[in-house]
Design a protein around this ligand. Structure first.
Ligand code: AMP
Length: 279
């Protein structure tokens, strides 16, 4: 496994690697866990070459404290990646990715106005800036994203359509801790007590899945929020039931299509997100 930090080195290595066949790309912000590694495994199964990027992208943070606190440990990440099918790690500094400010503004319409978009203004524009740069630099055949960031996945798919990029977006399932808590780099910032209590999020989401027969959509939303907020460590920012395809709000269970319950919860200073298929 090779590590490069500049675009120039990356281009040189990729020129050689590309001869082996398709390139699978996994963009990450580091502080890697089994969720990230599962994406690398999917990529390695489908491509002879796997590239992983590690970059805490400043333009997608709307809260400077969140950016400062975000966990970083390149050495540990490299040790983990050595155990996978990753061939090349690209870990640039911010100046390498943004030699000048990126002033591009993307328009994802409804997709960026709900849930994460509403509560983290500018977040998806920053995601689109960095991912489009990575796609240009790496030119992957396939790119792997986790369903944990479900709205991000929808935004990336739209980005690819908007820019006509020749990359296939592969959605990978959520990997969870034994307690059910969705794995996240931010879990490292939780105290042991907070981490234990945070497992209630998936517990309640799983129960909600079984209540769609007896509660209206609105009733279920209220039930989820109330039951999570009963826990003194947790504070729900939003819980919404949306159509999996277009993220439009769902009003009744009779509507066609897959329905997702998407949630953001504050646990101490840490903001956690999760989602579940409800039907
Ligand atoms: P991040 O480093 O948090 O930006 O995440 C990098 C990629 O890993 C994104 O596509 C995430 O959706 C994905 N990811 C993060 N956590 C998980 C998880 N628990 N299960 C599956 N994929 C995940």
């Amino acid at each position: 496994m090779m590590l490069v930090k500049t675009k120039k080195e990356l281009f040189e290595k990729l020129q050689v690697l590309r001869e082996k066949g398709s390139i699978g790309f996994v963009p990450t912000m580091g502080a890697l866990h089994r969720g990230h590694l599962s994406l690398v495994d999917f990529a390695a199964r489908e491509n002879p070459v796997v590239v992983v990027s590690i970059f805490v992208n400043p333009t997608q943070f709307n809260d400077p404290d969140d950016l400062k606190r975000y966990p970083r440990d390149l050495e540990a990440d490299l040790e983990l990646l050595k155990t996978t099918g990753c061939n090349l790690v690209f870990a640039p500094e911010a100046a390498e990715m943004y030699p000048e400010p990126d002033t591009r503004k993307f328009d994802f319409g409804h997709l960026e106005q709900v849930m994460e978009g509403k509560h983290r203004p500018g977040h998806f524009n920053g995601v689109a800036q960095v991912v489009s740069k990575f796609f240009e630099i790496v030119q992957p055949d396939r790119a792997y994203f986790g369903q944990k960031d479900f709205q991000q996945l929808a935004v990336i798919k739209m980005l690819v359509r908007l820019l006509n990029l020749p990359v296939e977006i592969v959605a990978c399932p959520i990997v969870r801790e034994k307690s059910g808590l969705a794995m996240s780099s931010r879990n490292e910032l939780l105290s042991p007590e907070e981490r234990e209590n945070a497992s209630l999020i998936f517990d309640i989401l799983s129960q909600a899945k079984n209540l769609t027969g007896e509660k209206s959509v609105e009733g279920l939303v209220t039930w989820v929020i109330e039951n999570i907020n009963k826990n003194p460590f947790l504070n729900v920012e939003y819980f919404e039931v949306v159509d999996s395809e277009n993220l439009q709000p769902v009003k009744t269970w009779e509507e066609k299509g897959e329905k997702k319950g998407c949630i953001a919860v504050h646990c101490g200073k840490v903001r956690l997100i999760d989602n579940i298929v409800l039907n």
